[in-house]
Ligand binder design. Structure first.
Ligand SMILES: Cc1cc2nc3c(=O)[nH]c(=O)nc-3n(C[C@H](O)[C@H](O)[C@H](O)COP(=O)(O)O)c2cc1C
Length: 341
């Protein structure tokens, strides 16, 4: 059922540069998870303000062919609410990629200053840029000067547990021309088993005049209420839980009450949408990435996961889903996070 308090907080107009959204909860960028198929499933339920793509390489974006690319891929109808995230190590490549993103008609572009995965940081991208504040500012300025669509920045606390560094970076990003920030209050490298420090979202929010989307461990509607009340952030950015429950936005902001069969029907729908966009092999690969989040909804999620992903083809997956749901698996109110750290 809709959470009245949360939906009152979320169903507000928020202007980002010169564009206004009417709902301030968004899907966080997630590589390998926030692909065109998951976004379609989420869009069928509705209830969000914006969706973000997983990170795309700024070097690749200018020449990428969406018909064959596995990540730089979208549907025309989502562009009005879709923000494309890019990662890159320098102002020139980020600006060039942003220009392509503007040309394609996306709502906005999001710059990744948060990813702490070694492969990305080694190339001087993502959270590694937080070690070079001047270069970070230059990247934002270069993108700002190259496009007129909203420029978002996603970043994290930094490499040391120093809230004032995050505050300083937030001000730098604003001064460099960012139109909105998404802040994930964890230090790099990522350890999602430690709780994010929401207090720092409040400090960041107080330091800038552009909207701040708070991110990290939003699992239930009550968490959303708490984050907004504790931090005064203007919007919420939800990652893993929206993979586990693609109807979450509709449930939190619209009159959508999931029925008993929501898990089965959504997983089946996911198999179908994946096949609409990808070949069987890649669709199976993406379904297997989605599976730990989906299985986290169940009491014996580990066992269900094992059974579900023992599959070579999407037909196998569908047969597995049939047999798993024949025995009516018990669901959990709060998902088992051990499955999707
Ligand atoms: C599998 C996975 C992939 C992610 N990929 C990205 C990414 O491409 N860009 C990004 O800025 N953050 C990425 N993140 C981080 C999320 O956007 C988000 O900050 C994090 O999951 C915390 O939010 P949550 O607790 O709501 O999941 C990723 C997270 C996960 C679990």
């Amino acid at each position: 059922m809709k959470n009245n308090k949360l939906s009152q907080y979320l169903l507000k107009d928020l202007t980002i540069k010169d564009k206004t959204i009417h709902n301030t909860i968004v899907l966080a960028p997630m590589a390998g998870l926030g692909h065109v198929a998951l976004r379609q499933l989420i869009s069928e339920f509705g209830g969000f303000g914006l969706l973000f793509t997983g990170m795309c390489s700024a070097k690749a974006v200018p020449n990428e062919n969406p018909d064959i690319s596995q990540v730089f891929k979208w549907q025309e109808k989502e562009l009005k609410y879709l923000v494309c995230q890019i990662f890159g190590p320098d102002p020139e490549s980020m600006a060039k990629a942003a220009m392509r993103i503007e040309k394609e008609g996306f709502f906005g572009v999001d710059l990744n200053f948060g990813c702490s995965v070694a492969a990305i940081c080694k190339k001087g991208c993502g959270a590694a840029l937080l070690k070079s504040p001047d270069l970070s500012s230059k990247i934002v300025t270069a993108v700002r000067e190259s496009v007129s669509i909203p420029v978002f920045v996603k970043f994290r606390t930094g490499w040391d547990n120093n809230p004032w560094f995050a505050v300083d970076m937030a001000k730098r990003f604003e001064d460099a021309g960012a139109d909105a920030l998404t802040f994930h209050p964890r230090v790099a490298p990522d350890r999602r088993n430690r709780p994010p420090q929401w207090d720092i979202i409040k400090l960041v929010r107080q330091a800038v005049n552009i909207p701040v989307f708070g991110n990290g461990n939003l699992f239930e509607a009550e968490d959303g209420v708490k984050m907004i009340e504790q931090t005064s952030c203007q919007g919420l950015s939800v990652g893993r839980m929206a993979v586990a429950r693609p109807w979450l936005f509709a449930q939190w902001t619209k009159e959508f009450s999931p029925g008993k069969d929501i898990f089965f029907t959504s997983a089946m729908r996911m198999t179908k949408i994946l096949l609409d966009h990808y070949n069987d092999r890649f669709a199976v690969k993406l379904f297997k990435k989605f599976s730990p989040y989906f299985c986290a909804n169940f009491k014996f999620g580990h066992q269900i996961l094992k059974k579900l992903i023992r599959a070579q083809t999407m037909d196998d997956i569908r047969n597995n889903l049939d047999s798993i749901f024949e025995s009516n698996p018990k669901t959990l109110l709060r998902p088992n996070q051990n499955l999707f750290l």
